[in-house]
Design a binder for this molecule. Structure first.
Ligand code: DON
Length: 573
């Protein structure tokens, strides 16, 4: 294990400023400024293993996953344990009040499985629920009781464990329960998120009690945080967590809380919630087979982008070179324009098979080469309460899991007696046509709110095969920068042959078609930025973009790295 506290970086607290409906020039601004992450020694945030590997955005959660692997659990057991633990140790990013996607490779089946446990809109939700006096009110879709969608996390974890795990829920929940009950040292990332959100956390009795000191100040990195009520809730779920969470006492408490505070989620919404096993999607890329989640994930967008870049001889251009970055920008623009058509496949949305077809990819390549972006449609989007984790076990099974409560600390609302922090995933819907969400993604009809519907997500867990064996896995957090981040880390490994630590540390760029501005991390060399500006690109420089982690897998040689932008742990054995 090689995790250095010194390298657990200052908060990944980038925050997009909300654009107004009629803004012509939309500025994207990111607050907080961790310094030059790329300068750090790669080995300290990476790990090697011969049997198994866990990478998480939380050091304690990675250790929880490793503990399960060492006790004979498989990759699914360990992924679930890590997800539950990171929900405790990084509650600003995820937890049992949220939902996610799990991409699973089972070696004995030589098959992929894609589990969608994304939150759903409650039955009483309607397309205009965030409109007030004819205008959308994003405050309502991001904070407070109406922002909450029906949580899918526990249902997803239970489904994965029952289908592929070898352990019972309480066994995999043990490390998380211990961390919540005894307490854990706040990471620099968490301490920073709490400090930034303290004014909002103060307004919720449960969040104030757990995350703020009695005088209302934020804990410092290393201070102990205890989540007794969450520990009791996890324990109380027993070995049939769905019974309690969706049909029993937890469901009753959530529904009572909702009705007392004017929320929409009732016991029927929880009882109706189901995770969905979907067909994973795949596309070849330069001798590799790339697998990811289908919609409502944005995995297909990354596949499209890879398709357009295929055979582009990128390695010859150089990893940070202006011609390479210019090509990336054009390709990202095309991908994000297509993303606007994505939605929950049960309702509407993209024909992903057509979007990944050679003819469509050729069309996009042509447009990207000649910078022929059609005017980008107004479509929906978001950022900050998300966590990615990766697990590989000794039998060759691999899990890439991304889980979210949407923006940092979700709806900034909790059910205090349960220690349950609620998501604000409703903001991932388009709250009105052309209206940007927290991530400057604009509302499209396909992603309009409907009862029971899942909001479109940018999350994109990915596993890449080479000659029939898992070769790498990746995924990230950071709203739409997940898509561009996963793309660049995948290219860094597959095309530029960087090791995981270097691949995730490389400076990144982001372009989402709307607004027309390319976001550059400040670590990109000034000369490179000047060259891009000379090509006509409008640049916005930010301290950093989203966090992406990665593993490469060769028999007996597993290498993993967490992203210094957010901190975390990579552990192997
Ligand atoms: O599913 C989505 O696209 C968003 N809820 C993700 C938000 C996110 O990544 C926040 N970032 N750290």
């Amino acid at each position: 294990m090689a995790v250095s506290k010194a390298l657990m970086f200052a908060p990944h607290s980038a925050k997009f400023l909300r654009a107004t409906l009629l803004s012509v020039a939309i500025a994207i601004s990111f607050s907080i400024a961790p310094p030059s992450f790329a300068a750090d020694a790669a080995p300290d945030r990476s790990a090697v293993g011969t049997h198994g590997m866990v990478v998480s955005e939380s050091e304690q959660a990675a250790a929880a996953g490793l503990e399960i692997l060492k006790h004979g659990g498989n990759a699914v057991d360990a992924a679930v344990a890590t997800a539950l633990a990171v929900g405790v140790t990084n509650p600003a990013s995820c937890g049992i009040g949220g939902g996610g996607f799990m991409l699973i490779y089972i070696a004995s089946d030589r098959a992929f499985y894609a589990l969608d446990y994304r939150e759903t809109a409650p039955l009483k939700a309607h397309p205009d629920m965030f409109m007030q006096n004819g205008k959308p009110n994003p405050e309502l879709s991001q904070n407070g009781v109406l922002a909450v969608a029906v949580p899918g996390e526990i249902a997803g974890i239970d489904a994965a464990l029952r289908r592929f795990g070898t352990m019972k829920f309480q066994q995999v929940a043990t490390p998380a329960i211990k961390l919540a009950d005894v307490g854990f040292a706040a990471s620099p990332h968490l301490a920073g998120e709490i400090a930034q959100m303290a004014p909002k956390l103060k307004d919720d009795s449960g969040l104030r009690e757990v995350f703020l000191k009695p005088d209302g100040s934020a804990p410092k990195p290393g201070d102990t945080i205890v989540e007794k009520n969450l520990a009791a809730t996890l324990k109380g779920l027993g070995d049939d967590p769905v019974a309690s969470f969706y049909h029993g006492s937890v469901a009753a408490s959530i529904a009572a809380f909702m009705s007392a505070h004017g929320g929409l989620i009732g016991t029927i919404d929880l009882a109706n919630y189901r995770p969905v096993w979907r067909n994973p999607i795949r596309r070849h890329f330069e001798g590799y087979d790339v697998y990811t989640m289908p919609p409502p994930s944005s995995g297909g967008v990354v596949l499209e982008m890879l398709g357009v870049l295929e055979s582009g001889h990128l390695a010859g251009l150089g990893v940070d070179s202006p011609p390479y970055l210019a090509r990336l920008i054009e390709v990202m623009r095309q991908g994000f324009i297509d993303r606007a058509k994505y939605a929950d496949p049960s309702f509407a949305g993209a024909d992903v098979a057509r979007m990944l077809s050679d003819s469509h990819i050729l069309e996009l390549r042509e447009r990207a080469l000649h910078k022929k972006s059609p005017p980008a449609p107004g479509a929906p989007a978001h950022d900050h309460g998300t966590s990615n984790l990766l697990v590989a076990d000794k039998d060759g099974n691999v899990v890439a899991l991304t889980t979210t409560i949407n923006t940092v600390f979700g709806a900034k609302l909790s059910v205090p007696a349960l220690g349950l922090l609620l998501n604000d995933e409703m903001d991932d819907f388009g709250i009105a046509p052309g209206v940007p969400n927290a991530y400057h993604l604009e509302g499209e009809l396909a992603n309009q709110i409907r009862p029971g519907k899942r909001p479109l997500s940018s999350m994109a867990p990915m596993i890449v095969m080479k000659k029939g064996r898992p070769y790498m896995a990746t995924g990230g957090s950071g709203g739409p920068t997940i898509i561009s981040g996963v793309l660049q880390v995948a290219l860094n490994i597959l095309d530029f042959h960087l090791d995981p630590a270097s691949a995730v540390a490389e400076p990144r760029i982001h372009d989402q078609a709307v607004p027309i501005v390319v976001i550059f991390e400040e670590a990109v060399a000034p000369a490179t930025r000047t060259a891009l500006e000379a090509m006509g690109y409008k640049l916005k420089v930010v301290p950093m973009l989203g966090a992406v982690n990665a593993i490469t897998l060769a028999p007996g040689n597993l290498r993993g790295a967490f992203d210094p932008r957010k901190g975390g742990g990579a552990v192997g054995y």
